[in-house]
Design a protein. Structure first.
Length: 126
């Protein structure tokens, strides 16, 4: 298995269960991730996020890891944008909305590492 294929499979392994969790229990996920209470319109929005994560995970699972394939390169570029955006957003939340829970910092580190891996993969170094 090449490095890009491993990246996509690992991403799927992370995003599919996370998407399902947001879809089925957004209140619980937000409490665990942010230590916050999700109410009102935030609940269906959390489920929408779950659908999006599930879709990204399935796309990564189904994609081949051929770096010459333009669709695969596009998917890795999209995942670079996603992981960078999530890492930055959660970092800001962690720094401005204390007290941050441990799972938040784990998510920041994980998304930062995945963004770096996506960047390397896009440049042909992974």
């Amino acid at each position: 298995m090449n490095a890009m294929n491993l990246l996509l499979k690992l991403t799927a392994l992370i995003e599919i269960p996370t998407g399902l969790a947001f879809l089925l229990a957004p209140v619980v996920v937000v409490r665990l991730l942010l230590g916050a209470v999700l109410t009102g319109p935030g609940i269906p929005l959390g489920r929408v996020a779950g659908c999006a994560l599930l879709a990204l995970g399935v796309a990564c699972l189904r994609a081949g890891g051929d770096p010459a394939n333009r669709a695969v390169r596009g998917l890795v570029a999209a995942m670079l944008l996603y992981n960078s955006g999530v890492a930055a957003t959660l970092l800001v939340v962690g720094l401005t909305s204390p007290p941050a829970v441990a799972l938040l910092w784990i998510a920041v580190v994980l998304h930062t590492l995945l963004a770096g891996w996506c960047l390397l993969a896009r440049r042909g170094h992974a």
